[in-house]
Design a protein around this ligand. Sequence first.
Ligand SMILES: NC(=O)c1ccc[n+]([C@@H]2O[C@H](COP(=O)([O-])OP(=O)(O)OC[C@H]3O[C@@H](n4cnc5c(N)ncnc54)[C@H](O)[C@@H]3O)[C@@H](O)[C@H]2O)c1
Length: 371
Amino acid sequence: MLVGVPKEIKNNEYRVGLTPSSVVELVARGHKVMVEVNAGAGIDFSDEEYRAAGAEMVASAADVFAAADMIIKVKEPQPRECEMLRDGQILYTYLHLAPDPQQTKLLVESGATCVAYETVTDNQGGLPLLAPMSEVAGRMSVQAGAYHLEKAQGGRSVLLGGVPGVAPAKVLVIGGGVVGDNAAAIAVGMGADVTILDRSIARLRELDAKYEGRAHCVYSTMATIEEYALDADLVIGAVLIPGAAAPKLLSRDIISRMKKGSVVVDVAIDQGGCFETSRATTHQQPTYMVDDVVHYCVANMPGGVARTATMALNNATLPYALALADDPVNALFRDKHLQNGLNVHKGHVTYKAVADALGYSYVPADEALKV
Ligand SMILES: NC(=O)c1ccc[n+]([C@@H]2O[C@H](COP(=O)([O-])OP(=O)(O)OC[C@H]3O[C@@H](n4cnc5c(N)ncnc54)[C@H](O)[C@@H]3O)[C@@H](O)[C@H]2O)c1
């Protein structure tokens, strides 16, 4: 199969669909890979590295879309990319279709087979192609929080780990899933005094066993959230209620009573945010103040460490990319978890939540694949 990788065109997106080492794997399996020039330039994957890995470099996205059997990207295709997709072509990338009627319409019209990273599942009930970005954002949230606790950033001049003779900062992580666990791991590693709140007792048991007393694992209620937030130097918002907007767990009133210069990092901002005072920010202008509390609410945190994020994403996406390249129809029939990633196929919407959200008739993936 000929696999194509265009350069991402969404504003400030430096990630790329395939790393040079993923190209090596595809080429070793007998596939051809075509990459748009400069596709990885922003994160130091040079055209020379792609060529050495066995890719053919081409001048434009149009060349990639015209020739490739499968397009591998990171972000959802922009309208001009959708217009280059064609019947029979495979698109493998993040799509997030439910809130995006325009993209859905264009993908349906294209006739292409569109596999969304975010809906591929695994045996543990997880979303394995979303998890790497949650790992990145979780780890980054503490790094960002520690930096913004510095005086020059508006913070309360506190060092996360303290020093001998001075107590460490108090970090509250609300939500102990993938983001929260990774945030806690870094905060514990930096020597902070860490509390994780979650509503799942099973999850609290796992975290308690993992951290062996180095993080306090506490049941999340309105009362515990308030109690720990008022005492915290840094609060990380990391909750998720699948398919729903994030619940507002820190009210404006609580925020106004937090310590001056404390920092709140709302990782759940991509689901609307879990603090009442949150609004999405960018890497260019990541923070703003409300009642002397520093708010960091960057909606695409992994974009700030796009090289690490690209490599982490490729570790998760490559096995499915190889299976799709080897034998796409078989791979989608055989592997129910990959099949869950199929959102659009030959003009049919094959993912129920997307069909329901946007008023399309739903055609189950295994039926659509028979057509
Ligand atoms: N901003 C970014 O760049 C970025 C990047 C990756 C993920 N995210 C977002 O981070 C959020 C967390 O993602 P995740 O992968 O960790 O999800 P996850 O499903 O692994 O974890 C969510 C956790 O929240 C817990 N929870 C739900 N309601 C709660 C409550 N009231 N109090 C305490 N805990 C509660 C759940 O029990 C679960 O353990 C999501 O909104 C995700 O979209 C944002």
